[in-house]
Design a protein. Structure first.
Length: 237
């Protein structure tokens, strides 16, 4: 393998040229079994955002999309600067989109100060994405407990071992914290929910469905909550 570094200008040129071509509905490039090629229309979400959201998530699972429940969560820090990171969606309901975290983490503290978030589900292999925006709130201890019981033991130990978003001197120190927690709870003892850990719910005020199409003429359908009712519009790409 060559150790030569690529010219930065060449890299920039390559980035500018990088572009995935999306199929036109009904074109020969689409497979017969691709039921996901049907055109996205406003009528699909006239009864609400949740049925289509769930169907698209099922489609992503069936298409073996990597981590189909992964979503990019964006928050705002104390200076008004946006911050984004990937988290896992752990619940979808009429109430909204649910994820869990350490309440001492950067994202949780930012949401405490500015309780509004945007999440972006991106399924590149399906040429789809969904953007959900809305106010946030912490969920009940009962709901957190119900989800906690479903987590693998290793994930439970990790939640206790890490002071999320706080500095640490080395990876060795982090590994030592995990060993200490594992020794404290033993091999098969029940592990309780950490006192500063739980769920955060995003209550949707706006949900946009995006479907890639040829010539960058993508389909965008947005439904927004207006005076307690969902209003649907088609947006230009």
């Amino acid at each position: 393998m060559s150790n030569e570094r690529q010219d930065p200008q060449a890299v920039d040129n390559e980035l500018a040229a990088m572009r995935v071509g999306y199929p036109q509905a009904g074109s020969e490039s689409e497979s017969v079994e691709d039921r996901m090629s049907a055109e996205l229309d406003t009528s699909v979400v006239e009864t609400g955002w949740l049925p289509l959201m769930r169907q698209w998530l099922v489609d992503a699972v069936e298409a073996d999309a990597p981590e189909p429940n992964a979503m990019t969560l964006s928050t705002v820090d104390g200076r008004g600067h946006p911050a984004s990171r990937t988290v896992l969606c752990k619940g979808l309901s009429e109430d909204g989109v649910l994820f869990f975290t350490n309440y001492g983490s950067d994202k949780a503290r930012q949401l405490d100060a500015h309780p509004y978030a945007s999440v972006n589900f991106t399924w590149l292999t399906l040429a789809r994405q969904v953007i959900v925006r809305g106010a946030t709130e912490r969920v009940s201890a009962q709901l957190t407990q119900e989800y906690w019981r479903t987590r693998p033991r290793g994930s439970q130990l990790g939640a206790w071992a890490s002071s999320q978003s706080r500095p640490i001197d080395s990876r060795a120190d982090l590994d030592e914290q995990l060993r200490e927690v594992a020794a404290r709870f033993g091999v098969d003892g029940e592990i309780p929910v950490p006192p500063n850990w739980g769920g955060i719910l995003i209550r949707p005020e706006s949900v946009e469905f995006w479907q890639g199409r040829a010539n960058r003429m993508h389909n965008r359908v947005r439904t927004s909550l207006v005076d307690g009712q969902w209003s649907v519009v088609r947006l230009q790409p």
